[in-house]
Design a protein. Structure first.
Length: 238
């Protein structure tokens, strides 16, 4: 079944270019030109992925991301002319799965779309880490159901957060570098900064730790990256 892509871009020439490249790949593409229309179209069409420009009239892309992320886990790739690190991290902090700065190659965008969709479908089909669910303490990650539970309560995560958490909990005690976790989250040699992973881990800690500043599950391995705790009774939380 062809994937349904929603493109929200106020620059009509740029939107048409994106549409042509995506349609060449066999995707079904719908285009809107402002943030309010993006929210309405996402709710009505239920796309498989949203390509979202940040600078749009009526409602900007960051607010669109904030609204939609509270309602669904639709994968979101953000496009922006803002190239500072803080802007990139803000988009990821709001739940975007990937981030491209302008100018960019349409071919690169298509590659990102393809990769995000492939990983999302794998997770949805239970094609990754199917030996789960995995448990550490009161935390459970079920790759087949694509669910995270803490003390039996469901925890909402973005697709990228889920993939990072699933990779870590599948091998408790193993130290993963940030580069390895980027590969787990995005599936290829990603341009993103190491701080991209830091943002996802920070968001996960807010959701699953009693005190995000004193994590028991997601531990920092200084000079390396992160690992999942093996023994919650230990004193190696950082």
């Amino acid at each position: 079944m062809e994937a349904r892509i929603l493109v929200a871009e106020d620059d009509r020439k740029q939107a048409d270019l994106i549409c042509r490249y995506l349609e060449r790949e066999g995707y079904s593409v719908a285009v809107v030109h402002d943030g309010r229309a993006a929210i309405e179209a996402a709710r009505q069409r239920r796309p498989d992925l949203l390509v979202l420009d940040v600078m749009m009239p009526r409602v900007d892309g960051l607010d669109v991301c904030r609204v939609l992320r509270a309602e669904s886990d639709v994968p979101i790739i953000m496009l922006t002319a803002r190239s500072t690190e803080d802007d990139m991290l803000l988009g990821l902090d709001l739940g975007a799965d990937d981030y491209l700065t302008k100018p960019y190659s349409p071919r690169e965008l298509v590659a990102r779309v393809r990769t995000v969709l492939r990983r999302t479908r794998k997770a949805g089909n239970g094609a990754t880490n199917t030996d789960g669910p995995y448990r550490v303490g009161d935390l459970e990650v079920d790759p087949v159901r694509h669910e995270v539970r803490l003390n039996g309560a469901t925890i909402e995560t973005t697709p990228a957060e889920f993939r990072i958490l699933a990779a870590l909990i599948a091998e408790p005690g193993r130290a993963f570098s940030r580069a390895q976790l980027l590969t787990e989250a995005f599936g290829f040699d990603h341009y993103a900064l190491d701080r991209t992973v830091d943002v996802h881990v920070m968001n996960l800690r807010r959701k699953i730790e009693k005190k995000a500043a004193q994590p028991q599950y997601l531990l920092t391995v200084y000079g390396v990256g992160y690992k999942m705790a093996e023994d919650l009774g230990g004193d190696d939380a950082a």
